[in-house]
Design a protein around this ligand. Structure first.
Ligand code: HEM
Length: 456
């Protein structure tokens, strides 16, 4: 590790230090190989080197932010925008005109367009779809056959997101294709982010060809969905209608490309994150069978024998705490990046203009400095009398600030309802061939989880 002082550009301004260089870099590749080989352990160790540390990714210097307070400061500051290695590679997938990658006035306008579909008052209308899909899963799993949890989780995630936000029977036939395409795309994206080999990904190797085929099909699907909605002449009160009727700064309808990119920018993170979290939840239920028993008891007390409905969700506090603790230990979005638009100060360090920053909700949410028995799964740490012990920004799985996930209420309602329904119906056990080790891509999830659902 090395630390240097940097002369201030303005005379009289405080001397800002250069953040220390993180340990463990190697010539040429720098820290990139560690980010590829064991990124969770690598990111989790960085706070020992400093509150802000420099990483070398090939020829690039990237600044890693390691404390809850400073990650909160980055997320809330207008000096840092969405850009950098993660977003550059995501733009080729999500498009340049979607809410997840836009900045400035365009981003503010886009958030205003999509926000009504996610606001608290809009969520109850999605309740019947969430309930229907949760009980459909219970039915599907009745055979007792080993479940491919990856496929099952993404399937239900895509179905709920698309049925709630882009209502229409035309979705039914397309959800399976969306799932298959997204699975291929997300497995290739992380590699493109940390090992940016540019043109080499255009070489027609089988993996690259498969990636490009899935990407083309996803774009085609979105065009089909938009065309079908228009042809139907229907305007249900949902996200797709909001996008089709949105106006730009001049009061003109937004362009076709923007509608297209917006649909991709919303269903892609929406399906991937929820799918990954459902997988983690099912793993948790398999590893801690006592949680499922407590959830079933809570459902019996709160709901009785009728189906769980959206109105029950806010009373299912234990179940919600299991979901929250799962998001703490297995945050689907485990890494985030930003770019400094100006030279700034962060924790007493100088961050140059144009610098790329990264931070990891996974590392922050498992830090022993913030959580007692930090690796232990303990839903009760979210009880009102204990939650105040959690340092500010030490638990932000949906992020904070202007890029905060618009879907935090939607996601918590969906995940709590689903967990209540499936844990009341089944216990879960891993079967041979299951591999629950973390799989690190753009999102974090178990690698290949195979479970058997045993009726309670
Ligand atoms: C943004 C997490 C579910 C749509 C984000 C961000 C996080 C996040 C951390 C902020 C990214 C950043 O700061 O750079 C999650 C988690 C989810 C979830 C953990 C579920 C467990 C969803 C769902 C949808 C969705 C269901 C849509 C259906 C979005 C969009 C953005 C976003 C559009 C970009 C917002 C912007 O840049 O203004 N999500 N998300 N997310 N999320 Fe989610």
């Amino acid at each position: 590790m090395t630390t240097e002082s940097v002369r201030p550009e303005t005379p009289g301004a405080p001397v800002l230090r250069e953040p220390p260089l993180a340990g463990g870099g190697v010539p040429l590749l720098g820290h990139g190989w560690k980010l590829v080989r064991d990124p969770l352990a690598f990111m989790s160790r960085l706070r020992d080197d400093g509150d802000v540390v420099r990483l070398r990714l090939g020829p690039k210097t990237v600044y890693a932010v390691t404390t809850p307070a400073l990650t909160g400061a980055v997320a809330l500051s207008p000096d840092y925008i969405i850009a950098g290695p993660l977003w550059e590679s995501l733009e080729s997938l999500l498009g340049k005109e979607g809410v997840a990658t836009a900045n400035g006035p365009l981003h503010r306008r886009q958030r205003r367009t999509i926000q009504p579909a996610f606001k608290l008052e809009a969520i109850p209308a999605y309740g019947p779809i969430m309930t229907e899909e949760a009980y459909a899963l219970v039915e599907r799993w009745r055979s007792g056959q080993a479940l491919d949890v990856t496929a099952e989780s993404f399937r239900v995630a895509v179905r709920v997101a698309t049925r709630c936000l882009m209502r229409g029977s035309y979705m039914d036939a397309r959800t399976e294709r969306i799932c298959a395409d997204l699975a291929t795309l997300f497995s290739g994206m992380y590699q493109r982010m940390v090992v940016p080999l540019g043109p080499l990904y255009k070489v027609p190797l089988p993996a690259n060809r498969e990636f490009n085929r899935a990407l083309a099909d996803l774009h085609l699907l979105v065009d089909e969905i938009v065309a079908d909605r228009r042809a139907s002449g229907q305007k249900p009160d949902d996200l797709l209608t909001a996008l089709l009727e949105a106006k730009d700064e001049n009061g003109e309808p937004i362009g076709e490309q923007e509608i297209h990119d917006q649909v991709i920018a919303i269903i892609t993170p929406g399906s991937e994150t929820i799918g990954a979290t459902i997988m983690s939840l099912l793993l948790v239920l398999a590893e801690h069978p006592e949680l499922g028993g407590k959830i079933r008891d809570e459902v019996k007390t709160v709901v009785g024998d009728r189906p769980v409905a959206f109105d029950d969700v806010r009373k299912l506090t234990y179940t919600a705490n299991v979901v929250t603790e799962t998001l703490r230990l297995y945050p689907a979005v485990w890494i985030l990046t930003r770019r400094a638009v100006t030279e700034t100060e962060l924790g007493g360090y100088r961050i140059p203009r144009g610098a790329d920053l990264i931070y990891s909700p996974y590392a922050v949410q498992r830090d022993h400095r913030s959580y007692g028995r930090h690796e232990e799964f303990d839903p009760d740490r979210w009880l009102p009398e204990r939650v105040k012990d959690v340092p500010k920004y030490a638990m932000s799985p949906f992020s904070v600030g202007n890029r905060k996930c618009p879907s935090d209420h939607f996601s918590m309602a969906e995940l709590t309802l689903l967990t209540a329904v499936v844990a009341s119906a089944y216990r879960f056990e891993q079967v041979s061939g299951s591999d629950a080790r973390p799989r690190i891509g753009i999102t974090l999830r178990p690698r290949r989880l195979m479970l058997r659902a045993l009726p309670r």
